[in-house]
Design a protein around this ligand. Structure first.
Ligand code: 26Q
Length: 829
């Protein structure tokens, strides 16, 4: 990434003068925007005043960037995603602008502490987990690599719920991120579009005798743009995240009342006002909600209309659309874009089918994030028909033409036609959104090498056979700004001291650290940084849970959404076995371990909630057991989110990445841990495969069945009870659960979990248990040798360069979008 210029160093202005000017701006904002004088201002008022001051510093970059992008010959990458889990913005914006120390001193002069103000910010929880956070990392990299880009999504009023624990159970608390206002947001009432729903279509012919279709909708919703600046790291580029807020259209359609469609019309009004209200959780058993489909169409339609308007503003004919925009579909959630772009080009712009189809395919590309059949998005036809009759008609026509091609290429293969059709005819008829996205795009990618291979071999096999050149892999990445420089400043400084600062602009440069992996001076400094991070997390753990943990213990961490395929319960079973060994033999020489869990369960996912209850139950029993002398601690850290992640990733010795092989598309937490020097215990799943390749097998704890073995075992007659019968340790651990040891004597509480494991064990927890325990023994051995462990930790950071989202975005730009960096030559104020 050699094109990236070095940080701008302002040598011409006296730092004290800049701090003074900064403090002056904060004070002015406090008065003019918060309407508060300093002596009565709350910490939140100061936070707002500071945030506005920082925002103003970005706006000049923003205006410069937008002006540059309006040029005719500049191509813009548009990232369409139902989720952007951007995290708190103040610290990251200061870091990227290079204003941290200036702001710190300025706030000190105003009697305020920057760290306390950073802690005040509520994070916008506009995503569930990995997919939403990935979108946010990609926006950071796009701006940093100076690639013109817009993120398009939904401005949910309520993001992902906050998690609290009551009696060891998860309870969901409404997210209130907007309650005190969002200082980063700029609402643009002038940038708004109408989106139609319901009704029916009608064929007509225009003056030229061409067939035209009119959509007589039953109602429209207005989408209003709410923008947030996305500032690149030490560059002038400031891109935009444009989120759509839904509003009722001013002129409510009273004709519908007269036509006797009172309830339909009222329903449309209700829908319009609630469309962007709330983020849907994943893993909900009944995710096929009408409102969810309406949300997807709403934001996709607004975004495409916005892109068309921008292309008009460039003064270019709509035929050039795909030269001006590359739109990436983040999973199938925005895949209705295929039909909607066709509709806009056909019905609104009057293009022919072939021209419109060519533009659509050239403009769109699709990223798949899951192989789990139950997670592949489908929508029932009656729902689709009643909500989006015109887009459905277009989907049918795309499907008809596509299946004609299939029949031409594979004559007589009716089974293949059925498999590839956009319409699943088995049972209730459904639209398969992954098929629509695949056919409507010029590129389809998975998110890790293994995942992309499996995608080609399983769910999209027929498509990969038909268009092999369309399929590629782009392994995920995470931003080193937020997940190293911002959240682990002490490690970042140590890296500067050891290597210089080049790594800050090209994470692959961390490779040079390998040459220092045996340096005693580096070892000492490395251990001190890690110890301090652990001590800081210990303080937070104590403050939030009341549990005391020893920073000298091995910090063994599993943070991610709670799901059976991620197998938090495998980890739990190991903890129980360890606890039993120690209670039976208190003199056993085993290292102290602190097991830390974090993650939300979807509100309707009973098994995931039970797994949380098991972990809190184990914590309750084990933490206070005098027999083991505090050598095992178990913590469930509530409300895992981006902000809490800042304190957690840098404090991990061991990163748990133990999903059933073939189930985790990539994982990105695994990368955040690695960059921060944690060692991974993991299966050959998702990006773990590449993490191990990069780190070296000797610096990774591998266990478990491979994806191929998982497949084979599931095809044969897998009998989980056999594993229990043959393994005393496993049987004992399960017995402890059954006996109520972690449920205050209640023998029924965990019955559904135990029955599930014994009877079907869909994620092969029991089959992988013995190897997992053996692998954990290897971890214990490695931990005893402090030098060796430190060396392995250093090697993990050294080899983490590949997992920067800058590398991932450079690949998208080069291989999919054909976008180029554009320097913003604009003097920052
Ligand atoms: C779909 C329909 C209705 C309601 C909700 C949803 C929905 C919402 C969010 C379905 C899925 C998601 C999120 C999926 C997700 O986070 N997937 C993860 O993506 C990461 C980034 O690529 C990968 O690293 C993870 O492996 C993958 O699980």
């Amino acid at each position: 990434m050699s094109e990236i210029p070095a940080p701008e160093v302002a040598v011409d202005i006296d730092p004290a003068a800049k701090e003074q000017a900064f403090a002056h701006d904060v004070e002015r904002n406090l008065i003019c925007r918060q309407a508060r004088y300093p002596d009565i201002a709350t910490q939140h008022d100061w936070f707002m005043a500071l945030a506005y001051t920082v925002r103003d510093r970005m706006l000049a970059n923003w205006a410069g960037s937008m002006q540059t992008y309006s040029a005719r010959d500049i191509k813009v990458a548009c990232y369409l995603s139902a989720e952007f889990l951007i995290g708190p913005q103040l610290g990251n914006s200061l870091l990227n602008l290079g204003l941290e120390s200036e702001a710190r001193e300025a706030m000190r002069s105003l009697g305020q502490n920057l760290d306390e103000l950073l802690a005040v910010e509520e994070e916008p929880g506009l995503g569930n987990g990995g997919l939403g956070r990935l979108a946010a990392c990609y926006l950071d990299s796009l701006a940093t690599l100076q690639i013109p880009a817009i993120g398009y999504g939904i401005r949910y009023e309520f993001g992902i719920f906050d998690q609290a624990l009551r009696d060891g159970w998860q309870v969901e608390v409404t997210d209130k991120w907007l309650q005190k206002g969002n200082p980063w947001e700029i609402v643009r009432p002038d940038v708004s579009y109408y989106v139609s729903f319901g009704g029916h279509t009608q064929c007509t012919t225009d003056e030229a005798g061409r067939l035209r279709v009119q959509w007589h909708h039953t109602g429209q919703v207005k989408g209003v743009a709410c923008d947030m600046p996305m500032q690149g790291y030490r560059v002038n580029t400031c891109n935009v995240l444009r989120l759509w807020k839904s509003e009722a259209v001013e002129s409510f359609d009273f004709q519908d009342f007269n036509a006797g469609k009172y309830y339909e019309a009222v329903e449309m009004k209700v829908v319009s006002e609630t469309l962007s209200k709330v983020l849907y959780p994943n893993d909900e058993p009944d995710a096929g909600k009408r409102l969810r489909l309406a949300q997807q169409y709403f934001f996709v339609s607004c975004s495409l209309q916005d892109m068309l308007r921008l292309s008009d503003a460039k003064g270019l004919p709509v035929e050039r659309f795909a030269d001006l925009f590359a739109a990436q579909l983040n999973d199938t959630h925005p895949s209705i874009a295929v039909a909607e772009l066709m509709r806009l080009l056909l019905d609104e712009r009057g293009l022919s089918w072939d021209v419109a189809w060519n533009i659509t395919q050239r403009a769109l590309a699709y990223t798949n994030h899951t192989l789990l059949p139950e997670a592949l998005e489908t929508w029932g036809l009656p729902l689709f028909q009643s909500l989006l009759p015109r887009p459905l008609e277009i989907i049918y026509e795309i499907n008809r033409r596509f299946l004609d091609d299939v029949r031409r290429i594979y004559p007589g293969d009716d089974a293949r036609v059925m498999r590839m059709s956009f319409i699943d005819e088995a049972g209730d008829r459904k639209v398969r959104m992954a098929h629509l996205a695949t056919v409507g795009s010029h590129a389809v990618n998975g998110v890790a090498a293994l995942h992309s291979d499996l995608l080609r071999q399983t769910v999209l096999r027929d498509f990969a056979e038909m268009f092999p050149e369309r399929f590629l892999n782009v392994t995920n990445g995470v931003t080193p700004r937020r997940f190293l420089m911002l959240s682990n400043p002490a490690l970042a400084r140590l890296l500067d001291d050891t290597l210089g600062t080049d790594w800050r602009h090209d994470l692959a440069r961390l490779d040079a650290l390998a040459a220092h992996a045996d340096s005693p001076a580096l070892h000492d400094a490395w251990r001190k940084v890690r110890h301090d991070n652990k001590a800081a997390l210990a303080v937070r753990i104590h403050a939030t849970t009341g549990i005391e943990v020893n920073p000298g213990a091995l910090f063994d961490i599993q943070v991610k959404r709670i799901h059976e395929y991620k197998r938090q319960h495998l980890n739990a079973l190991y903890i129980i076995s360890l606890w039993r060994r120690l209670s039976r033999n208190p003199d056993l020489d085993l290292p102290s371990r602190c097991f830390i869990f974090g993650g939300k369960a979807a509100p309707g996912y009973a098994m995931a909630k039970l797994i949380i209850r098991l972990i809190t139950g184990i914590a309750e029993t084990v933490n206070d057991d005098p027999a083991i002398g505090g050598r095992i601690k178990v913590v469930f850290y509530p409300d895992f989110n981006v902000k809490n992640g800042h304190a957690i990733y840098p404090a991990a010795d061991l990163s748990e990445q133990i999903s059933t092989a073939g189930k985790e598309a990539s994982g990105t937490g695994n990368m955040k841990f690695m960059i921060n020097g944690a060692l991974t215990i993991g299966t050959l799943d998702g990006a773990n495969v590449e993490i191990r390749e990069e780190a070296g097998a000797e610096n990774f704890f591998l266990f478990g069945l491979t994806a191929a073995q998982v497949d084979e075992l599931k095809r044969s007659d897998y009998r989980p009870a056999d594993y229990v019968r043959n393994d005393d340790t496993l049987r004992d651990a399960l017995d402890q659960i059954a006996e109520g040891r972690f449920s205050r004597g209640d023998r029924d509480m965990f019955r559904p979990l135990l029955d599930n494991l014994m009877q079907s064990d869909p994620f092969l927890v029991l089959a992988d248990f013995a190897d997992y325990v053996r692998c954990q023994e290897r971890v214990n051995e490695a931990w005893r040798d402090k030098e060796q462990w430190t060396r392995m930790s250093i090697m993990n950071t050294a080899r983490s360069g590949k997992f920067s989202s800058d590398r991932a975005i450079a690949e998208y730009a080069e291989r999919i979008w054909a976008t180029r960096p554009v320097r913003i030559d604009h003097a920052r104020s």
